[in-house]
Write a protein that binds this ligand. Structure first.
Ligand code: AMP
Length: 177
């Protein structure tokens, strides 16, 4: 079985979490297997081995799980992006549209420099709003986004259309519906 097929089989769907109507994609069964986790990280890294990424940016909270492993594999540093008011040092902010209202994410202002080449990672891409805001953060700090990496893409939400910069986009598992 391919790594993508094994990961797809391991991810489980929890209906109506955290609220009615959401089909939550739970990656914890992947993480419970060291072999599958290692294979997943290798498969996430493979498309970006020639990208010369200096940083992998992971989005709170589940981008903090595979993100540092992906960063280590690519010999890059890891940068956490968090929800508002969680990071202790001076931050830069970006906002994005939510179903109701606006979400705000933050990054340490000194986490990315003009020399940095940044791969953006999260476990799941849904509408793409969070990843697009993360790209805004990188660019506002002067860094260069080199691509986007997700374990799972919810294709029916067409989140990749939010990322309209033509950069390499990779999702290990794609669910159409
Ligand atoms: P997005 O709509 O792409 O901005 O996704 C917002 C955040 O919520 C991302 O960090 C995703 O990982 C997470 N997310 C959205 N939908 C789901 C879902 N159905 N299952 C698990 N995580 C999700």
């Amino acid at each position: 079985m391919s790594t993508a097929a094994a990961v797809a089989r391991a991810i489980r769907t929890i209906p109506d979490f955290p609220k009615p109507g959401i089909q939550f994609k739970d990656i914890t069964p992947v993480l419970a297997s060291p072999t599958l986790t290692a294979e997943a990280v290798a498969a996430l890294a493979a498309p970006f081995t020639e990208a010369s990424a200096t940083k992998v940016l992971g989005i709170e909270a589940r981008g903090f799980i595979l993100g540092p492993l992906l960063a280590q594999t690519l010999d890059a540093g890891f940068v956490p992006v968090r929800k508002e008011n969680k990071l202790p040092h001076t931050t830069v902010q970006a906002s994005y549209a939510l179903e109701y209202g606006t979400g705000v994410i933050e990054m340490h202002a000194d986490a990315i420099t003009r020399e940095d080449r940044v791969l953006i990672h999260d476990d799941v891409i849904a509408t793409g709003g969070t990843a697009a805001a993360a790209a805004d953060l990188v660019r506002s700090a002067g860094g260069t986004v080199v691509g986007y990496s997700f374990l799972l893409e919810l294709g029916f939400l067409n989140g990749r259309a939010q990322l309209d910069d033509g950069l390499p986009f990779h999702s290990l598992v794609h669910v159409a519906e």
